[in-house]
Design a protein around this ligand. Sequence first.
Ligand code: BGC
Length: 234
Amino acid sequence: MDVIKTLAVDIGGSGIKALVLDEAGEPLSERDRIKTPKTATPEAVMDVIKTLVEQQGEFDRVSVGFPGVVREGVIYTAVNLHPDWEKIWKKYDLAGELSQIVGKPVRVANDADLQGLGAMQGKGVELVATLGTGIGGALFTNGHLVPNLELGHNKFRKGQTFEEQLGRAAAKKISRKVWNSRLLKAIELWERVFNYDQLYLGGGEVKHIEIDLPENVTVVPNVLGLIGGIKLWK
Ligand code: BGC
């Protein structure tokens, strides 16, 4: 029987990545990455995806991780893609549009949810926090996802949200030491709120982690944001 090939696309605030996977989530192609357009309108993002589609070759279906709230393939928020996101992204049918372009079925989910689907083991309460341009989160109980958690937009400290204190824009303004101490405070707070068995930290900024993490906290590779794409079809 032929292998079903899934093109996994991860739309991030700084890069858009793509990779073809087999049904077990094993990569069948080299990962490609193109910078997210400065003015990330739906059209500009679609153009990048079209280029990635050409570079990646053959596939049967597409999974997309999107940095905002997504329901049934339709976008509801996109705070890190465009300042005018409410006007240009809200209610954009990303799954429908992309499926028209590529002529294949497309499923779209929140990026942290996809990263989480790639990372979680399916036992107990598992929380995934993604540290990138934005701060994302995914919560699982025995492998069941609470979708669109939007962890980053909750209040954290000094009247600011987790994203305002720990996201890429903040990380650029403060020392590594301060960013790491904020992260530790965030972890302590998440542990108190969610009482998770395991917390996974993913996203591009994990490379800046310099603190000793508690025993039930693990750093997971960013590629899980793509590999999680296979789980959307299970
Ligand atoms: C968005 C989330 C997303 C996270 C990481 C946040 O700003 O609201 O939906 O998961 O960034 O990209």
